[in-house]
Design a protein. Structure first.
Length: 497
């Protein structure tokens, strides 16, 4: 532990040249210059046939699939709700614990000091606000490409443009990012809003455009989190397979609207009779005048026709027997194709037990992404001098199993196991908050003494109660409080005493 006395520049979360100036730029990042708006987003509704083509060759059509999913995420409330449901299956509760530490030889002061730095670094990351964005992008696009801005008070994670990123290596069980620096050819003004590493490597690219177009970003500050981490050659959105069901749902809604609209229309037929000899029973000009008068007063939803022939109604409507709601069936098919239970989304056949089992199965998918985030965080923390002997563990906890998990940790604590930090984390309090609130309530505000319950024989020990002794039984009553039989019993006991 002798090296702890050496000052490491990473201890204050720095390590990037002029990071304070660049971090100030990031805090006020210009996303759109309204006077020079040259980068406007465009949206395109892909057809079902195009989606089917993209799914047959996801490596070739990776960008098209990502853009189609992004469009559907904004256009379909069903699709967006599925993604947000999976993203909410983890509350990202975590604990910091020692790593590769021998309790018999460890320096207590050094461990305590570095532990404080580690939990301060985790607090600076704003896990509960930044990491849900990573989960959402992974569940929507499959891959989140990011880079870390370490500052003195906060650690910001900046998302990189997915169309110009790829995965080429794995380091410390974490995916590294390879960046296409041709991105800045038409966006050189954006270099100020990226870490200094990008400016330096862009100059390398300008000197060798063919051989240095793709360059791997430095680790551990840059990383990639992938949902389908068993397929690394290309990104395949996890729910790309249900895009066709989303389109089917919209088609059924359109057909139902058309059917309902047509059912509101009516037609009046004015029949002009014909004699056996083929002559009009009424003067045609007079009949046409009657028809025009009728047609002039009818609303738009009602049509009229003048015909010498009978007109029969031909209907394509289904009978009420066995009729089904095709829109509801399409919604059911959508959730089934997504692999989630429709019980979660306003289903009238909800079963509590089936719902809980379905949530547990879905939670395993989200927690797989959280474990990748955990590896990324540990690689970054353990690369710092203060964090090499600590690790961060994310709990498989969410709003759906918080009580169950909390009861499990609390029971373990009652048997003497060291699960206090995990119990607090499962209830929504980080270790830094536990320390801070304990200090505030006990030492600063004195709430433990302020709200001490009134003392009585039921809450006091035997030696503190007036008239109480170490002998068994209740404390003796005063003589005035005794009944006649009580006084006789006391006298008899004194005589035998």
């Amino acid at each position: 532990m002798a090296e702890e006395n050496v000052k490491n520049p990473k201890d204050d979360f720095s390590g990037i040249v002029n990071v304070s100036e660049r971090f100030a730029l990031l805090n006020r990042l210009i996303t759109r210059d309204l006077n020079k708006n040259t980068n406007t987003p465009t949206f395109y509704k892909y057809t079902k046939d195009e989606i089917a083509t993209y799914l047959t060759d996801p490596y070739r059509y990776e960008k098209q699939l990502r853009r189609a999913v992004t469009y559907i995420y904004g256009a379909s409330s069903h699709f967006r709700r599925i993604v947000q449901y999976f993203a909410g299956l983890s509350d990202l509760a975590f604990v910091v614990s020692p790593y590769r530490v021998d309790p018999k030889t460890a320096n207590l002061k050094s461990i305590s000091r570095n532990y404080r730095k580690t939990i301060n670094a985790m607090s600076a990351m704003n896990v509960k606000s930044q990491f849900p964005k990573i989960l959402t992008v992974c569940l929507r696009d499959d891959v989140f490409y990011g880079t870390i801005w370490p500052g003195t008070d906060s650690i910001t994670i900046q998302q990189l443009p997915s169309d110009y990123c790829a995965i080429s290596t794995i380091e410390g069980n974490v995916l590294n990012v390879t960046f296409d620096f041709s991105y800045f050819d038409s966006r050189q003004s954006f270099l100020d809003y990226y870490p200094a590493e990008f400016s330096a490597k862009y100059e390398v690219y300008r000197s060798d455009r063919s051989g240095s177009r793709w360059q791997e970003l430095d680790s551990p500050t840059s990383f990639a989190i992938k949902c389908n981490n068993d397929i690394l050659d290309y990104a395949i959105p996890p729910f790309a397979g249900i895009l066709r069901e989303v389109y089917d749902l919209e088609d059924y809604k359109s057909l139902k609207l058309t059917k309902t609209t047509l059912e509101n229309y009516a037609m009046l037929v004015m029949k002009l009779g014909v004699t056996d000899s083929g002559e009009w029973q009424m003067d045609f000009e007079k009949a046409r005048n009657f028809y025009q008068n009728l047609d002039a007063v009818l609303p738009d939803e009602v049509g009229s026709v003048l015909s010498p022939m009978d007109i029969s109604k031909i209907s394509f409507e289904r009978t009420n027997t066995g009729d089904s709601n095709t829109t509801a069936d399409a919604e059911q098919n959508l959730f089934s194709a997504a692999g989630v239970s429709s019980l979660l989304f306003n289903n009238d056949k909800a079963s509590a037990n089936a719902l809980l089992l379905s949530i547990k199965a879905d939670q395993a998918i989200t927690f797989g992404i959280v474990k990748s985030i955990e590896d990324m965080v540990n690689r970054y923390i353990q690369a710092q001098a203060y964090g090499k002997n600590f690790k961060v563990t994310f709990l498989d906890c969410s709003q759906f199993n918080r009580k169950e998990l909390g009861d499990m940790y609390l029971k373990a604590c009652q048997f003497g196991l060291p699960f206090i930090s995990m119990y607090a984390a499962s209830q929504g309090m980080s270790q830094s908050e536990v320390d801070a609130m304990s200090y505030l309530e006990n030492d600063v505000l004195g709430l433990a003494d302020m709200f001490r319950p009134l003392q009585s024989s039921a809450t006091m020990s035997g030696s503190d109660s007036k008239g109480a002794t170490d002998e068994g039984g209740a404390p003796q009553k005063d003589a005035g409080d005794l009944t006649d039989s009580g006084e006789e019993s006391r006298e008899n006991s004194d005589d035998w005493g």
